[in-house]
Design a protein around this ligand. Structure first.
Ligand SMILES: Nc1ncnc2c1ncn2[C@@H]1O[C@H](COP(=O)(O)OP(=O)(O)OP(=O)(O)O)[C@@H](O)[C@H]1O
Length: 422
């Protein structure tokens, strides 16, 4: 193994955005867009970053390129913290770490020819010889499957896929060591997407470029990446080699995320549905494990004696009530008309009676409170009766033979008596 530091090393990266109020812009809270993220990318390696919309993927991308100033943690480029870069070093970093964005239309000025746009980074980085620039640009355009004759045309004359090729050419022209590609193919349709992906793959292998590949498309990540990191509400909940993570996802969130991928087998028992569809706000993430309010594997209290199916129904009731977003038949405007305790039980798949008397009492009282329109009361009752370690304690990252997951279920230190998987 070489002693070479990774091209990119991210430790405890944090980017919080202040929420301000009033004329004096007093800070009243913080959006925890990225909240303690760690990963590495070696030369020639592609790391896929996946997660639902708003989980912090783009903010991570911008923070590692110093396009956003992180509020905490450290990003090292070939071993040097990027915050230390000044003058020439910063300029060199800007050249060696390139960004490719989703919409190539945003990347080009309509007044610049393709040749000028692709040559721009060369000019900015001090190459004054225009003939030499033109030569390099022609060469790179051919390299990405366009023609040297395209230099004098304008970007608007090209299709979406071709524009993305031009964007790749522009990133490539300065010999980058790192490319951050933020949803680079999601605006393109199937065939074109495949071609652009194949091109990116080819250049990363040929030039040994490290790639951070951001996508919500799991199939694309499987095809393009070596490793994958799964993000939820500003944190990485699982990491590992692509095949391992996608074929045997460890973290319940990864299972839920994969369960929403249409191309995957809906009968696969390792894929799951979330308890609720409400994603909490990154300004106010749940305590303990951030996924616990939606986690189908949330750990029950030790003294509750119900089946796994019943526990999931209870947990879904508890966390749905906490969001205040009740399903249609129980919605507050219908209170007093048709909602009864039975409707509540039916809606959540709870049997008419649970064998555990304390659990039964709590569910009966909560259902009655909901039927009365006392949602806060129901919420308190359920929280008191059904506490979970997942809300009390933040899980540590557990190494599982190369794959890692941040979940109490895997922590040998936690005497959590989990229900066995599957
Ligand atoms: N400049 C900003 N000011 C305040 N909040 C922001 C800012 N930029 C992003 N956010 C918030 O930070 C969170 C993470 O956003 P981000 O764009 O990084 O997510 P994402 O995973 O890339 O989403 P998508 O897949 O939709 O692009 C979101 O809640 C977003 O609203």
């Amino acid at each position: 193994m070489s002693d070479e530091p990774p091209v990119l090393a991210v430790d405890g990266l944090e980017k919080h955005y202040p929420i301000t109020k009033g004329l004096l812009r007093r800070e009243v809270g913080r959006v925890r867009a990225v909240d303690g993220v760690n990963f590495r990318i070696d030369r020639g390696e592609a790391l896929g970053l996946v997660g639902e919309s708003g989980c912090g993927k783009s903010t991570t991308a911008l923070s590692i390129l110093r396009l956003e100033e992180p509020t905490g943690g450290e990003v090292r480029f070939e071993g040097t913290p990027i915050e230390k870069f000044r003058g020439e070093q910063l300029k060199s970093f800007r050249r060696r770490a390139q960004l490719i964005v989703q919409d190539p239309n945003e990347a080009f000025s309509p007044r610049m020819t393709v040749g000028e746009a692709v040559a721009e980074p060369l000019r900015l980085h001090g190459m004054d010889d225009s003939d030499r620039r033109r030569e390099i640009v022609a060469d790179v355009l051919e390299r990405v499957g366009l023609s040297a004759a395209d230099v004098d045309r304008y970007p608007h004359a090209f299709s979406g896929g071709e524009k993305q090729r031009i964007a790749i050419a522009r990133a490539l022209v300065v010999n980058p060591d790192l490319i951050v590609a933020d949803e680079p193919t999601s605006a393109l349709d199937g065939r074109v997407q495949s071609d652009v992906l194949a091109l990116l793959d080819e250049i990363r292998r040929e030039f040994d470029i490290a790639v951070l590949f951001i996508s919500h498309d799991i199939d694309v990540v499987r095809r393009f990446c070596d490793r994958i990191a799964v993000m939820y509400l500003g944190e990485l909940v699982e990491k590992g080699p692509v095949a391992e993570v996608l074929d045997s996802p460890a973290h319940p969130y990864t299972r839920v995320l994969l369960g929403s991928v249409p191309s995957l087998d809906p009968g696969d028992r390792t894929l799951e549905k979330p308890l609720t569809d409400t994603v909490p706000e990154p300004a106010n993430p749940p305590k303990g494990c951030r996924f616990h309010t939606r986690c189908p594997e949330v750990i029950p209290p030790k003294d509750v004696d119900v089946t796994q199916e019943q526990w999931r129904a209870i947990a879904a009731l508890r966390f749905t009530v906490e969001t205040g977003e009740l399903p249609e038949p129980l919605a507050p405007d219908r209170q007093g008309q048709s909602t009864t305790a039975e409707t509540v039980r039916k809606e959540f798949g709870l049997p008419s009676s649970l064998s555990d008397p304390l659990a039964e009492r709590a569910v009966t009282d909560a259902a009655a409170a909901i039927a009365d329109g006392d949602i806060d009361g129901a919420s308190e009752l359920l929280a008191d009766a059904f506490p979970t370690i997942c809300e009390r304690e933040t899980p540590t990252v557990v190494d599982l033979d190369g794959q890692s997951a941040q979940c109490h279920r895997y922590d040998p230190e936690k005497d959590a008596e989990p229900i066995p998987w599957n």
